[in-house]
Structures are given as C-alpha cells and as structure tokens.
Design a protein around this ligand. Structure first.
Ligand SMILES: *Cc1c(COP(=O)(O)O)cnc(C)c1O
Length: 496
C-alpha cells in the first residue's frame, strides 16, 4: 500500500510522502496528513527487544513508503548514531510512580533533535527521488530549539540553505549562543524585533507568496520547511512513543496491551500529535495530557472548544512553549471535522482573520483522548524544586510543566512524562528552582555561571553541547524588524 498525503485545506491536493516532505507546507496553506493511516504490526513480544533504530525504521517504512527499505535503514543509521550521547537514544527513567522519557540526548540537547537529525536526509533523498535539482531553501521560525537543531542538521548539507528567524530577547542565553555560533556555509540566523508567533506568521506568508516563489524558481531555488508543519518532522516522532511502550513491556512495568498515558509539554502541538498518531496506529494509549505554560491557549481550547489567540502573550521560563498559534492543531481539527477540508479551511480562516474559532459540540465530543491543564511560573519553579528534593532528579522548565500537570491530574494508568530538554539548556531557571523557589537570579548571574553551579549541585555530567559554547565565536549578527524579514530572505538568497 502506498501512503499518500493530502492537504487539510484541499483534499484534492495529494502528494507522495517524498513530495510532501520536500514541499513542507501545502500550496493552499494547509498541512499534509496521511490519506489513510498505514497498518503497522505492533507486536511487543518482538518490539520489546528492538533497538530505537529498528522502531524508527518500522514507523518510517510504514508512513514514508515511497522510500525503499534500504534508503530508510541508511537514513536512520546516519541520524541516530554517535551524535546522541546515549546508546538508547531515548532512555526511559523511573521517577516514583511514573516515568520520564528523556528526548534530549541529541546534538542540541532538546527533543527537536529526534526529528531534525533525520529530516535533512529525508529531504535530500526526496529531492533525488523527484528529480529536483533546485537548491532547497529551509525557511524556519523558531521559539528557540528548532532553529539550532535544524541548523545542526542542515549545516553543509549539499543542495540546501537554511534561514532561521528567532525572537530576539525571547530565547535563553544558551539557546541564542547555540544559534549564533553555528558553523556552516549554508546557514543564516536572523534575530527579529518581535515574538515567535510574528516570526511564524511572516514565514507562513513567505511560503504562500506566489511572486516570491517565482523569483526563487528563476534562481533555481525552492522553499521547504523544517518546522513541525512538515510531515517529515512529525512522523519520526511517532517512533519514541512506541519505543517507550516497548521498554515498559520489556522491564515488566506494564503488561502487553495495558494502556498508558503520556504527558507532553506542548507548544506548536507537534510532539503530542505524534503521540496521537501512535495511538491511531494501535499503541495502547489512555489519555494524552496536553500541558501548557502560562500561554495556556490550548488548555482553554480543550476545556471549552474555543481557540482564542486574542490574549496577552507571556515570555516565560519555558520559552519553547511560548506560542499562541499552535500550527499542528490544524491536523487534529481536520480529524475532528471527519476530514472536511471545507470546515477546516473555514475555522482556520477565522483564526487568521479574527483570531479565534469555536468548534461544534460534535467535534468537542471527539476530544476525549486529550486532557489539558497548565502550570504557572511559580508552579514550574516549585515542581523543579520538589522533584529534586523528593526524587533527586533535575527537570528542565518545559518538562517541569508536564510533570506538574501530571501531578495535578493524578491519572490511574501508568504515565510517561515526555522530557523535551536537558536542564543545561535553561540553567538559570533550573538553578533558581533547585536552590529554592522565589530566588530570582536573573539579574545576578548569567547562564554560563549557572551551568557551573548546576553541575556542582546536580552532579549531572556536562553535555557536549554546552562544553566550549561560552567561548565559541559569534558568527551571526543580523537583527531585523518583523516587516523586513522577507527583504532579508531576498538579500541573503541574492534574489534582487
Ligand atoms: C519545541 C519544544 C516544545 C514544544 O513542542 P511542540 O511539538 O511544539 O508542541 C517543548 N519543549 C521543548 C524543550 C521544545 O523545544
């Protein structure tokens, strides 16, 4: 069976997997979703002994079946190798009554590495497969982690260039330093005077700008996206949910077939949607816990059916979740409408025109797979503190959100909290939490001093990603207003 992909806004727009990956976003502004979900044999008697790479192969072969088994095996081997500092790739830790799935053992110590270490391989292989000789221009907005992980993945990959926009002042010092010191002749990082949503909106507009496309084509170039709007980002993430389940079966923590929950720190709704896709494949999942920070637009949506981005935007201690427009929710909306492209288009058009939409009662009734709640800044800090005191485990602020919400909900089933970043990526906030809630260090020390104190206090070895980062040379200096993002793209690509 060949799995085709259709746009959420126009079902007649169908593509093979490789074409959908190359393109990123559909021409009509929609997101690609599988026309039919593939069948995967989730036999945990076998899978419990499978390596991460083998689980990833299983998932990718099923979803991206216009790539050959050999091609997939090679890409998986290249992606999930020695760049990860744990041979398990996604180790599962026991924390009292629940589990933590650590997804931060890749090159940039955030979970984005799980997908972005394979996306460049998928993209260049897809170009070959489709006879595309244009240079692929990766255009990306980042709330902090995608940018670095995408650049690390695409740096010096032939036939590609990557341009990353990030909100100046909206990311941690470590995150910014990671991006600004990125090497590679084909990478360009630009700070913007604005927030992530503004960056993401401007990037989407460029994707949908016909005349810009024509200019690119004349220059033998075409856009693609490394954001989780790209189906090539989303599907590799399905693998770690299956892998986590297999580990629990293997170690006898659950019986084969027992339902478990996942609590996911959520921003753009990509990670948790991958969990939902895993459930659709047949993974025994009870509930998906959608955990938000103070930008709790998703909590309200799951509770009331009203998605309303007209609200104050907060810069929080979990910046990768500081998002008011969760792009991947569109893929869920499409499902809730029984795959109606018309209804999806109507709702999403209302979102961009008026900033809100309300889903019907019927659609609401299909949200039972999800449960949502959020954590305030104080609650996050307290969670970091208490988890260290009680379990001797150090949470990063994003994971702390999911751990807090898990504790609030207290589900009956066994629950895996998905950990999306190393505590070393947000050392100041973590240190504040560990030392005692309420001590504000922000004025007193910088991230790198915090890294040293954190190492002393926690005893967790420093990951490669932060060693040498402080003294690394800053290679990128550009900052532009939101209105000039397109001009910056044109300038860098030599379009005008
Ligand atoms: C991106 C990110 C998230 C949010 O993930 P989504 O897939 O956008 O919901 C959470 N935590 C960290 C550390 C991230 O980098």
């Amino acid at each position: 069976m060949v799995t085709f992909y259709q746009s959420t806004r126009d079902k007649s727009n169908k593509k093979a997997a490789s074409q959908a990956i190359l393109q990123g976003l559909a021409e009509d502004g929609g997101l690609f979703v599988p026309v039919e979900f593939p069948k995967v044999d989730l036999d945990f008697k076998k899978l419990k002994n499978a390596s991460y790479q083998e689980v990833a192969e299983l998932v990718l072969k099923a979803f991206f079946d216009d790539f050959s088994a050999d091609e997939i095996k090679l890409m998986v081997t290249k992606a999930y190798g020695e760049k990860f500092d744990s041979p398990e790739i996604a180790p599962l830790k026991n924390l009292g009554n629940h589990y933590i799935l650590e997804l931060f053992h890749g090159e940039t110590i955030a979970f984005k590495d799980m997908a972005l270490s394979i996306l460049p391989h998928l993209m260049t292989q897809a170009a070959k497969k489709n006879g595309v000789t244009n240079e692929i221009i990766i255009l990306t907005a980042t709330s902090g982690d995608t940018g670095k992980a995408a650049m690390a993945g695409f740096a010096d990959v032939p036939q590609t260039k990557i341009i990353v926009f990030y909100p100046k002042g909206g990311v941690s010092h470590i995150q910014e330093q990671q991006m600004l010191t990125q090497k590679g002749a084909n990478v360009h990082v630009v700070g913007i005077d604005g927030n992530f949503d503004q960056a993401q909106t401007a990037v989407k507009e460029m994707f949908n700008n016909k005349s810009l496309h024509d200019q690119l084509l004349k220059n033998h170039q075409q856009f693609s996206s490394a954001n989780s709007m790209n189906i090539g980002r989303l599907i590799p993430q399905v693998a770690y949910y299956i892998y986590a389940y297999a580990q629990l079966v293997k170690t006898g923590q659950i019986t084969d077939g027992e339902k478990i929950n996942f609590s996911v720190p959520t921003g753009n709704f990509g990670n948790i949607l991958a969990a939902y896709y895993a459930k659709k494949l047949g993974l025994p999942v009870g509930q998906l816990i959608c955990a938000s920070n103070k930008n709790n637009v998703l909590t309200d949506f799951f509770k009331t059916g009203l998605y309303d981005k007209n609200r104050e935007f907060y810069v929080t201690s979990s910046p990768s979740m500081d998002i008011l427009v969760s792009s991947n929710l569109e893929r869920l909306i499409f499902e809730l409408t029984d795959e109606s492209d018309d209804e999806t288009l109507t709702l999403l058009t209302a979102l961009s025109a008026e900033g809100h939409y309300q889903i019907s009662k019927k659609m609401m009734s299909k949200l039972q797979d999800f449960i949502a709640d959020w954590a305030s800044e104080e609650e996050i800090s307290k969670e970091i503190n208490e988890t260290f005191e009680n379990e001797n485990y150090v949470l990063d602020p994003h994971t702390a959100v999911a751990n807090y919400v898990y504790h609030q909900i207290q589900p009956k089933e066994k629950t895996v909290v998905v950990s999306t970043a190393s505590p070393y990526k947000f050392p100041k906030v973590v240190l504040e939490g560990l030392q005692k809630s309420g001590t504000d260090l922000s004025e007193k020390i910088d991230d790198f001093a915090a890294v040293k104190s954190l190492e002393k206090l926690s005893g967790i070895p420093l990951p490669k990603a932060v060693l040498g980062l402080e003294k690394a040379e800053i290679l990128h200096h550009t900052v532009v207003p939101v209105q000039e993002m397109q001009k910056e793209v044109e300038k860098y690509l030599g379009l005008k």
